[in-house]
Design a protein around this ligand. Sequence first.
Ligand code: SAM
Length: 290
Amino acid sequence: MMEHEMHPPANKTTALYVVATPLGNLGDITLRALEALRTVDAIACEDTRHTRRLLDHHGIRAAVFALHQHNEAATAQKLLKLLAEGKSVALVSDAGTPGVSDPGARTVAAVRSAGYPVIPLPGPNAAIAALSAAGLADPQFLFVGFLPAKTSARRQQIETLRAIPAALVFYEAPHRIVATIADLAELLEPQRTLVVARELTKLFEQIATMPLADAPGWLAADANRQRGEFVLLVSAAPATQELPADALRILRLLLAELPLKQAAKLAAEITGQHKNALYQQALAWKDQKL
Ligand code: SAM
């Protein structure tokens, strides 16, 4: 018996099937996903026209209805009604895995709390595809997704991510890529590695690796590099450098009187140590409440 036959066929089970769909290349869909889409009674999708293209490509005729972030609460009720009638339903988003920077979580929660099974059908996801081809050595990663659109909120969030000892994974759209990369390059350590994964699985797929400091220039050098859909990966924060005892003492004294950033800057001027190392040390003390 093949693995995918272990669940009963989709049309025999009243359940919500959460189905991952391609990021671009219509061939990136699993056998289980095709079987579920073929056999369910209805498919809830973000954009019905978009999903129709995928269904047409695979010769699937199915009833579809829209479930997107603006109607998710109301449409989840419609979906529950179908399940109450004994029907099976699939949930898909425009690309990749529903619920990952996409609608779906509220629907899934409603279905599960109503007591119906929710069956995940795993498949494409832009973050995981980018990580798989990035070659970063970090054993851990933090999926951040989209940063805030507003500059001040975006910069603030980047500051909070700075000392995390894991690779950072961001999603970004073309109209914000220049601003986001400029902020990452300015606020994170310049020697950290940036991987730009653009248009994954599509015609103009590009995966480029560079020190974060070089990224704004790389992006500006060719307007095509600013087009399409992006996953950005930044290697983990460098380990805190060993600082000499007198630098630590001065930093402590300054921290007692000044805000963290200012204390680190002044301590760097006094001791000749790197500002980032002092800043990271101060952050670590603050996190550990030392
Ligand atoms: N649910 C999707 C997933 O599982 O990856 C993510 C949907 S989110 C609304 C769309 C964002 O995902 C894009 O702005 C981009 O950051 C990323 N993305 C989606 N498709 C991509 C692709 N082919 N190449 C690079 N990034 C992609």
